[in-house]
Design a protein around this ligand. Structure first.
Ligand SMILES: [Zn+2]
Length: 177
């Protein structure tokens, strides 16, 4: 799949009819004439976690999947139906790092563009009380702690935003001067 254009939905996911486009409720939307309903498209919710060691270094995972395979990012992923954002964040954190933690606070909520989903809404949390043995897994090939000075290029701008917010709010930071 090419990554420069968001793939468009072709068929109604309720009845299977081919979708058309229609101006409805203030914007052009996909529309199913058969069901007589618009197909609303919304940002996809995801959650990620900032977790630190005792030196305030931040835990990152190396992506093992496209997009941005090989880049580092905060542990996280998409919410499943029935999960709270906190549950999704801790589940993904555990799957990707092998560690367990507890949510301490919300760091922020941002949207960023996605080549596959159009727009992703990311909820960022700070987690503490880390337990367990580091064991990268799922769609992460590596996991380790980085200081702000040695931070690698990140897969997603939203994650850099969370890290900067975290450092400026809670840690003596190079962004504060
Ligand atoms: Zn339909």
């Amino acid at each position: 799949m090419t990554t420069d254009k968001v793939p468009q939905k072709q068929f109604c996911h309720f009845c299977g009819s081919r979708l058309s486009k229609k101006y409805f409720e203030g914007r052009d939307r996909l529309f199913c004439e058969e069901c007589s309903v618009p197909i609303y498209e919304n940002p996809v919710p995801a959650a990620c976690v900032i977790a630190c060691d005792e030196k305030s270094r931040i835990l990152l995972v190396k992506r093992n999947e496209e997009p941005k395979k090989g880049f580092w990012c905060l542990p996280g992923g998409f919410m499943e139906i029935g999960e709270t954002p906190e549950e999704a964040a801790l589940r993904e954190f555990h799957e990707e790092t092998g560690l367990k933690g507890k949510i301490e606070r919300l760091i922020g909520i941002v949207t960023h563009k996605s080549p596959r989903y159009g727009s992703i809404l990311v909820v960022g949390f700070i987690a503490g009380c880390l337990e367990g043995k580091m064991n990268p897994g799922d769609d992460a090939s590596d996991a380790r702690f980085f200081s702000m000075e040695e931070l690698p290029e990140l897969a997603f701008d939203s994650h850099l935003f969370f890290i900067r917010s975290f450092y400026s709010a809670y840690v003596s930071s190079p962004f504060q001067n």
